[in-house]
Design a protein around this ligand. Structure first.
Ligand code: ZN
Length: 157
């Protein structure tokens, strides 16, 4: 088997692990901001709730349902963001979006599992699945409180 094939298998295992055993899939106490996101093309839904204390994200949780890519990405996103500063979380959103655009691993510290989603970049419809949690996080951080819902459907955006 080629190295590329081995990496694809490894990445698939990481994605399935997050899908089957999602991290931070729970409600958080007294969130300071939250947002709902939906990807109508695939039927993915995610709600992200965040506790920001000063400039740090002290707690984050998500709820949702949808395809394995959307839910695994939600799990990975919360794992990355939890305990980081708001600025680091925003940098993560930017790095993820860049990975989806360029098709190259972000190589960011703390992105080890997230890099497993790099193959999604080849499939524009699945990019929406993978990006949903990150867009929803960004919306929650931008608007604070109960933010306006996010949708990947540009027609209604
Ligand atoms: Zn999906």
């Amino acid at each position: 088997m080629s190295d590329a094939g081995l990496m694809e298998d490894l990445y698939r295992e990481i994605i399935l692990d997050h899908y089957r055993q999602p991290r931070n899939r729970h409600a958080v106490d007294s969130p300071t901001c939250s947002a709902d996101g939906s990807n109508p093309l695939c039927g993915d839904q995610v709600t992200v709730s965040v506790v920001v204390d000063g400039d740090r994200i002290t707690d984050i949780g998500f709820a949702g349902n949808g395809c394995s890519i959307s839910q695994a990405s939600s799990s990975m996103m919360t794992q990355y963001v939890r305990g980081r500063t708001v600025a680091e979380a925003r940098a993560g959103v930017g790095a993820f979006q860049q990975m989806m655009t360029t098709g190259e691993v972000a190589g960011l510290e703390g992105f080890d599992d997230i890099d497993a989603l790099v193959g999604v970049a080849k499939f524009p419809a699945r990019v929406k699945c993978a990006s949903l949690a990150w867009k929803t996080l960004e919306q929650a951080l931008n608007e604070g409180g109960a933010a306006t819902p996010v949708t990947t459907d540009e027609r209604s955006a």
